[in-house]
Structures are given as C-alpha cells and as structure tokens.
Design a binder for this molecule. Sequence first.
Ligand code: TMP
Length: 231
Amino acid sequence: MNLIYEGKAKKIYTTDREDVYLQEFKDDATAFNGVKKDKISHKGEINNFISSEIFKYLKENSIPNHFIEKVSDTEMLIKKVEIIKVEVVCRNIAAGSLVKKLGFKEGEELENPIIEFYLKSDELGDPLFTEEHIYALKLADKHDIGIIRKMTNYINTLLKKFFLQRGIKLVDFKLEFGKDKHGNILLADEISPDTCRFWDSLTNKKLDKDRFRFDLGEVEESYQEIKNRLS
Ligand code: TMP
C-alpha cells in the first residue's frame, strides 16, 4: 500500500487492486482553511461509520458512488476516481456563509434548495465561483454539471428524509464528485459531521463541525450522537 494523498481529514492509499483505493479517516480537524487545527477524539472512527452508512443508503437508492465496503474502524475501500475540483454545496436552511456573506437570517428555511460551487483549492481558499468559471477552467463540462446538479438535488431529497427519520435537520452539506476510468460520474469523498450541518430537529442543537469551528463544546459527543442515531 502506498500513500498517494493526504488531506486535512483523510489519507488515501493504493491497494493491490488497480481500480480500488483505501480511504482512511483521521482524528485531525481543521477549520477556516486550516487556520484552526486540533484533534477530535475518535472522529476518524465515527466519520468512517457515518460515511459508510450514508453511502450504502445512497447506493441502495441508485446514487452511483465510490463506496465499496468498510474494512476497519477507520478505513473503507473505495473505487478509484479522478476528483473533479469543484466542491458542491447544497443548502436547505440558512447558516454559515449564507449568513456571514449574504445577510440571510440563521435558521431561515429556504423556499428552494440552493446549490453553490466552490473551487477546490487550498491555496486559493476554496472561493465561491460560477458555472462559467468551471467551464473556463475546464474542470467539468456542461453535461457533467447537469448530471452533478441532478444528482445533488436527488441526494438532498434522500438525505433530508433519511436524517429527519432520525430526528435531525439537514441544514446544508458539501459533496465532491469524481470520474471513474469509463468517464462515469460518481459521488466521492465523505459525508459526515465534518461536511454537513446537522441540527437536532426538536431543539435545533448543532451536532456538527460548527461546534469545533466556534468552540461550542461537546464536539466529540455531538459526532457520537449522529453516529448513535444512525446505528
Ligand atoms: P459554509 O456555510 O461555511 O459555506 O459551509 C457550507 C457547508 O459545506 C457546510 O455543511 C460545511 C461544508 N463545508 C465543507 O465541507 N468544507 C469546507 O471547506 C467548507 C467551508 C464547508
């Protein structure tokens, strides 16, 4: 096994199968583009579990994705894809940068989900950009973005239902997509409290990485709470 990529929260290794990678979840947490750094105990294990459950559920509901199987507490096997350097954010309730940058009121329910694109670039700080920028930078073409929008809307419908059944409001989330060797677009990366905003549906208590970002306390407990509700 060779380490081929190390990100802020995960490592990716090659395996003895050409089309298969091993994805390992780390306890490391960063926020504000790496400005704030720490470890969240057991996060790797918790996020591997949560992401595995969600990708399994999405696969059962016809969303093509990179997940193959969970192979240890912190590792899963995934299909090899070339990541499209676009982070896709989908929002149902105003929070985070919608409040900070655009003046929405936190907690305001959006009439329709908002899909946004961010350039996946640590050096440039992941700026918000438009479809035209995606085409000009040749990160994806119109056909790809059409598929990505459709998949994102359907994933949102599926996940909103999935979480609501578990007493959780899906406020917003970030997705990444990749292409396999045949050119098929697959949902990739992870879906976890690191990449979503989850609020308790009765109390609106934040159960996600905002607890780490803004020093709200009970960080590990909140990740564990999401895991428990999926168990
Ligand atoms: P934002 O409101 O800070 O723009 O975040 C929107 C959603 O995207 C939220 O669920 C957290 C997630 N996200 C990531 O997964 N990675 C990131 O680097 C950022 C900024 C947000």
